[in-house]
Design a protein around this ligand. Structure first.
Ligand code: KIV
Ligand code: ZN
Length: 512
């Protein structure tokens, strides 16, 4: 029988380390529930010792997730490990993931420790973690730039102490596939007790090779766990993309010959949820989850696909959860139809009041947009959930004038802590004028470091989804807004980012 490939998702931990991707506890719970629907084997829910907020999120996730193992990261010290164990107390299945850097550079410059001290600390950490659970994972951080003899010594010792998973980290995305795969193979051959642990890959995408390196770790090195994130989210160039690993292994079963527990039809819903919550838009040509991943533009391809689908398609869009852009609801649809569609989309709202609020937003949209697609419903609910958390600033209305040769002007009405203000601004374009109008009142002093617009569905009547990333005093936040009018969507995104900057709700972004 084929081996199982364990899918370890770290969207909520490593993914969250992307600039502005920090999430609230509620957002993390929503993503964790979607990861469970996707049937990932392990959910790394956070880094318990990083902050009280991260601790609480892990604790909450441990309390609601039933099918996946819930894991917390911890540095290799007793305090971190005890904190991880405490956060995971109520989990049905729990894992403690402890790590310490093993490369000469990290040990000397970052940890200021000798190799012998690192060796001792790694051993003691695993021994201590085993007091709380049998499921202990150990990572040599910056493993791919570490000395092989030293790695053999450390890994043999931590396996003897009871580490059941060894995660070989390519922390800075330095590896190349053959070399990375061979390093794991050599370690497994040289370490006498290597068969007592599952070997895992953890790759970063700095050179665009995270997925290739991970798959080489599996095929050459014999790793049987892949650590990855939805949409490849993660610090710098990101982590290994879950959807690419899963679909590569599934589509090329003839080559990989591995079993997966994943429900692939939940991939696209997971991708959309993560993108909407974090404000990280998915590039259109992104494999599997990009809007163009299954679009055939050239006549030859279209003709081929019509005659026989597999001439140009190696996967089916519906297998990864793309729903054909079909009109699902309209202006006359009632609350029950709306609620039923939410259920079909796997969207859980906490209370009837939340359903009512989302339904009211849906009605507003349906008045302005004749055809409502699933993507619109997801955006409506996401908008409603964002606003729930904290609406110190609330969008009310907008008018703007732009004419060729004239400087665009905008008037924005929005409330600040319940009190309405009308502000005017001018700018290079209507969005610039809108942001200037808002700033004339809020004077936030923040810097706009990213502005992106995406069409949610096809056609010019699509809603535009705007992300605005703001930076202020070292904090980075992403605001998201959706509306058929992209200037309105921009105003909403800007106010949503200002709300996050203003919010007292803890946004968690542990940096190691
Ligand atoms: O990239 C890395 O080294 C990590 C470890 C904590 C596993 O994320
Ligand atoms: Zn990492």
């Amino acid at each position: 029988m084929a081996d199982k490939l364990i899918i370890f998702d770290t969207t909520l931990r490593d993914g969250e380390q992307s600039p502005g991707a920090s999430m609230t506890k509620d957002e993390k719970i929503r993503i964790a529930k979607q990861l469970e629907r996707l049937r990932v084997d392990v959910i790394e829910a956070g880094f318990a010792a990083a902050s009280p907020g991260d601790f609480e999120s892990i604790k909450a996730i441990a309390g609601v997730i039933k099918d996946s193992t819930v894991c917390s990261l911890s540095r290799a010290n007793d305090r971190d490990i005890a904190r991880a164990a405490e956060a995971l107390e109520s989990a049905q299945r729990k894992r403690i993931h402890t790590f310490i850097a093993t490369s000469p550079l990290h040990m000397e410059k970052k940890l200021r420790m000798t190799p012998d001290q690192v060796f001792e600390q790694a051993k003691l950490a695993v021994r201590f973690a085993r007091q709380f659970t049998d499921d202990v994972e150990f990572s040599p951080e910056d493993g791919s730039r570490s000395d092989m003899d030293f790695l053999c010594r450390v890994i043999e010792a931590v396996i003897s102490e009871g580490a059941r998973t060894i995660n070989f980290a390519d922390t800075v995305g330095y590896g190349v596939p053959e070399m990375y795969g061979n390093m794991i193979k050599t370690l497994r051959e040289r370490i006498p007790n290597s068969d007592k642990a599952v070997w895992s890959v953890h790759c970063h995408n700095d050179l665009g090779m995270a997925v290739a390196n991970s798959l080489a770790g599996v095929m050459i090195g014999g790793a049987r766990q892949v650590e990855c994130t939805i949409n490849g989210l993660g610090e710098r160039a990101g982590n290994t993309a879950l959807e690419e690993i899963v679909m590569a292994v599934r589509t090329r079963k003839d080559y990989f010959d591995l079993e997966l527990g994943i429900d692939t039809s939940q991939i696209v819903p997971a991708s959309k949820l993560v993108s909407q919550i974090t404000g990280f838009a998915v590039q259109p040509n992104k494999a599997v989850v990009g809007a163009n991943a299954f679009a055939h533009a050239s006549g030859i391809h279209q003709d081929g696909v019509l005659k026989a689908r597999d001439t140009y398609e190696i996967m089916r869009a519906e297998d990864v959860g793309w729903t054909a852009n079909k009109i699902v609801l309209g202006k006359l649809s009632g609350r029950n139809a709306f609620k039923q569609r939410l259920e079909e989309l796997g969207i859980e709202l906490e209370s009837e009041a939340e359903v009512n609020a989302a339904f009211a937003r849906f009605k507003e949209l349906a008045d302005r947009k004749a055809e409502i697609f699933d993507e619109d419903i997801i955006a409506v609910v996401s908008d409603e959930q964002h606003s729930h958390e904290n609406e110190f600033y609330r969008f009310v209305s907008l008018s703007q004038q732009s004419e060729t040769g004239e400087r665009p002007r905008a008037k924005v009405v929005f409330s600040i802590d319940g009190k309405e203000h009308a502000c005017q601004g001018e700018g290079n374009g209507p969005v610039d004028a809108t942001v200037n109008a808002i700033e004339s009142q809020t004077q936030s002093g923040s810097e706009l470091i990213l502005f992106s617009v995406n069409a949610i569905t096809n056609g010019t009547q699509s809603q535009g989804e705007v992300t605005m990333r703001l930076s202020k005093a070292g904090r980075i936040v992403n605001g998201v807004g959706a509306d058929p009018d992209i200037v309105v969507a921009s105003a909403k995104a800007y106010l949503s980012a200002l709300n996050k900057l203003h919010s007292k709700l803890e946004r968690l972004n542990p940096q190691l």
